[in-house]
Design a protein around this ligand. Structure first.
Ligand code: EPZ
Length: 422
């Protein structure tokens, strides 16, 4: 297993290009299976989760060509003939569960493994299944698999997501655009990933009202055509590097190829820390203040503060002068990074779904263990600030969601190397 060896304690200066979004790409890939011809997707990042999903899509019989050097993915669904997604692939990546909506939505049948739990606790899919049943899809469970059946056209109806769920919104959109005479999703997720999917489906020929709001109404069409689109830039990677720039006095990063609107309330909060943020079209310049002010945040669904930046924010707050707290209202136990950060010298304590932080604490390098994608990148952020040497172990978690991370950081002055641990 690979690890990162990092010599921290110096500012970052330079330019980092933002890659395509993982969480926006996965729904587009699933939606490509609804078409009656091939789709070409641009700005697809070279990430483990993308490769995993490519394999899931190949298993059902689609042709998948990933032109990695161009970040271009071509998916031809015309020969799909096996309407199943196996446990050994779905357990690797939860978003493989989107195959349920795509296959039953296009072919009227799907047998998809229930996804495994996540490092920070079980992640249910009850809203996906109840929503499909409300649409008129027959759902049954068999030995850890979900079997979904729907005859040609189903009545549809409406379903309220409680809580609002990105994945359930995606799956219900995929299941309904060709199948449900009329289906309304209430309290639908409004994340940019969902808005991009809706716009993509409409370009394929779907009939969706309410795009960008929390009420989506879908009316079935008879067919969808394959299209060529460019995927959104990754808002979570963007937020992560903005935090990297803010954490160490003297750091100054220019981030290119961004969509600043996709950050929701994050940018306003970052400015409150005293960090300079200059937005110029798709370029964002971030400059660290001499002293970081403590700013408490609470994660919420979009356009609130994203839960996927919660760990990174808490890590930055260890370098702020004073006390702050970070509350996650989306995932109540997404704090696996805290014990690792305290080993680097952070003063943090978790109480229910809030971590209380007292800064500023110097961080001293050590060996730390990654546990999930966003916790792992927070350990890298901490190691870049820590004096002397740190090892960040099990970075396969990072390879799921950050393209070329060590090269991007090295290019702005970080001393970071990937080492094969075995
Ligand atoms: C998506 O996960 C993202 N993953 C996550 O990013 C992100 O943290 C999450 O949305 C929230 O923004 C992808 O897009 C691939 P949810 P998802 O359904 O869809 C509860 C990363 O780091 N819930 O919006 O699985 C659930 O427990 C990943 O890139 C139910 O109760 O998240 C959670 O509390 C991690 N029943 C809340 O809803 C359900 O059926 C939001 O989850 C579904 C969800």
């Amino acid at each position: 297993m690979d690890k990162f060896v990092i010599e921290g304690g110096k500012p970052l200066k330079g330019t980092i290009p933002i890659s395509g979004s993982k969480n926006a790409a996965l729904p587009l890939m699933a939606a490509s299976l609804l078409g009656n011809s091939a789709s070409t997707l641009h700005n697809i990042p070279r990430l483990k989760d993308i490769y995993t999903f490519n394999n899931v899509i190949r298993v059902v019989g689609a042709q998948v060509d990933f032109h990695e050097d161009e970040n271009k993915l071509v998916i031809d669904p015309t020969h799909v003939n096996h309407l199943e997604a196996p446990y050994d692939l779905v357990r690797k990546m939860r978003a493989s569960f989107y195959m349920l909506g795509a296959l039953v939505g296009k072919h009227g049948y799907a047998k998809v493994s229930l996804p495994g739990g996540c490092a920070w606790g079980p992640r249910p899919v009850d809203l996906h299944l109840k929503g499909m049943e409300a649409m008129g899809i027959d759902i049954s469970l068999e030995k850890g698999y979900v079997i979904a059946k729907a005859n040609d056209k189903i009545e549809g109806g409406s379903f309220r997501l409680e809580p609002s769920s990105v994945g359930a919104t995606v799956n219900l959109l995929l299941a309904s655009v060709l199948k449900a005479k009329k289906f309304t999703i209430k309290n639908a997720a409004k994340e940019p990933d969902v808005v991009q999917l809706c716009n993509h489906l409409v370009k394929m020929g779907a009939n969706i009202d309410g795009i960008g709001t929390d009420t989506l109404t879908i009316k079935a069409v008879n067919e969808l055509k394959g299209i060529e689109v460019s995927n959104d830039p990754d808002r979570i990677e963007l937020g992560t590097f903005m935090i990297a720039a803010a954490m160490f006095p003297g750091s100054e990063l220019t981030l290119t190829g961004c969509n600043p609107e996709h950050l929701g309330s994050f940018t306003k909060q970052l400015k409150k820390t005293g960090t300079t943020v200059d937005i110029d079209g798709t370029t964002i310049k971030v400059k660290a203040p001499d002293t970081l002010k403590p700013v408490s945040i609470k994660t919420e669904i979009y356009p609130g503060f994203p839960t996927d930046l919660q760990a990174q924010w808490a890590t930055m707050m260890t370098q702020a002068e004073g006390k702050s707290k970070v509350t996650d209202t989306v995932y109540f136990d997404r704090f696996s990074y805290v014990p690792e950060l305290t080993r680097l010298g952070a003063d943090m304590e978790v109480e229910k779904n809030t971590v209380h932080i007292s800064g500023k604490t110097p961080l001293i390098g050590a060996s730390v263990m990654s546990t999930d994608l966003r916790a792992s990148v927070s350990l890298v952020l901490a190691a870049l600030v820590a004096e002397n040497h740190s090892d960040v172990l099990r970075i396969y978690h990072l390879d799921r969601g950050y393209e070329d991370l060590e090269n991007k950081l090295s290019a702005v002055g970080a001393n970071i190397k990937r080492v094969d641990e075995d």
